[in-house]
Design a protein around this ligand. Structure first.
Ligand SMILES: Cc1cc2nc3c(=O)[nH]c(=O)nc-3n(C[C@H](O)[C@H](O)[C@H](O)COP(=O)(O)O)c2cc1C
Length: 338
């Protein structure tokens, strides 16, 4: 059997085991739910809907709860026999409502003094994690540079903001987050960028956006804002904030230009990497670009070149080409164990 076929079969086997385990988990949790509430899941959902809607059509109820005509009739018959619901005919329609007994039973359901045990078991957590793995594999190991994108796909500013917010979860030295992004997405913006991107014209023309990543050489100016936010979120004490400000801000201010540039470039590169992975999580691909006119980028986009240094451009969009497998040195050529 070919290697590819073998791998495919293994993946299907893993998936079938995962799905079976999910089914077992559903059975266990549903039983837990039924023991706690005294109702099957469908009947509970029917009662919840009726709690929120004084009187409704049986058809409407079936649709809202997502069960078919035969099943709703069966469930309502049982609930009626128990005295929890009432049905009445209105011409061809059937109207349903909760009885007082049904209402008080529902209130009792949520006021029990015991707690519902809906916690996942260890093996169930492991199962979820194992499902997360292929997701991780696809995002991380499937990333490759894409240089031609589907021009018709635009990323909304809302999604772009989300992507960048997630990219900003990258770590940075003393959490100063020196990255600043300019998202070049308009025709005019791309035109301005065109003469600066050297041999990377296709990415500029076809991508949803070219994200310019700059490092702020005065990033320490935001130290107070950042640490105050940390205090507000309860992850830093007021005393630690004071100490951090007194310690780190003078150190940063004392860096010479070369050191400062190197510090912000390291942080911004981590954000760039995170951005490329987050993009894949959102269904997009990227190309890291270092080939551009460094000395012109900030000024062209209205930034002070003495303060904002260009680190990288990341082209982002829906892939139009497949890209090729990443070729890497073997691990023993780049690692030494000491
Ligand atoms: C800092 C940096 C600068 C890069 N600059 C360019 C560039 O200007 N144009 C380009 O087409 N690719 C550029 N690349 C992409 C690399 O060529 C690519 O990452 C490398 O060949 C490995 O391929 P892969 O990304 O598909 O794994 C750059 C990558 C990095 C990290």
């Amino acid at each position: 059997m070919g290697q590819q076929l073998k791998e495919e079969r293994m993946r299907i086997e893993e998936l079938s085991q995962g799905l079976m385990a999910l089914r077992c988990m559903q059975v266990r949790l549903t039983k837990e739910f039924e023991d706690f509430t005294g109702f099957s899941l469908s009947r509970y959902l029917i009662l919840v809907y009726l709690m929120d809607h004084d009187k409704c059509l049986q058809m409407e109820l079936a649709k809202a709860v997502g069960i078919d005509k035969a099943a709703i009739t069966r469930h309502l018959k049982v609930l009626e026999e128990k005295g929890y619901v009432m049905r009445e005919r209105d011409g061809r329609e059937v109207l349903v409502c909760l009885t007082d007994e049904g209402k008080s039973c529902m209130q009792g359901c949520t006021c029990k003094d015991k707690e519902m045990d809906v916690f996942l078991l260890d093996e169930e957590i492991a199962l979820f994690e194992s499902f997360g793995l292929p997701l991780f594999d696809g995002i991380v190991y499937g990333r490759k540079s894409i240089r031609e994108f589907d021009e018709s796909v635009k990323i909304t500013q809302r999604e772009m903001a989300q992507i960048l917010q997630e990219a900003c979860l990258a770590p940075s030295s003393v959490n100063l987050q020196p990255w600043r992004f300019v998202v070049v997405e308009s025709v005019e913006g791309k035109k301005k960028l065109e003469p600066l991107v050297m041999f990377n014209g296709v990415q500029n023309t076809t991508s949803s956006a070219m994200i310019l990543i700059f490092g702020d050489l005065q990033c320490y100016e935001k130290a107070d804002t950042i640490y105050s936010k940390a205090v507000k979120h309860g992850v830093m004490s007021e005393a630690r904030k004071k100490k951090a400000l007194e310690t780190f801000v003078p150190i940063y201010k004392g860096f010479d230009e070369t050191k400062m540039e190197s510090v912000v470039k390291i942080d911004c590169s981590l954000a760039a990497m995170q951005l490329m992975l987050v993009a894949r999580r959102h269904g997009y691909d990227t190309n890291a670009i270092g080939g551009f006119e460094e000395d012109k980028l900030a000024k062209t986009f209205g930034l002070d070149p003495n303060r904002f240094i260009p680190v990288m451009i990341v082209a982002i969009g829906k892939a139009k080409e497949q890209g090729h497998d990443s070729i890497r040195l073997d691990v023993d050529e780049v690692v030494s164990f000491v």
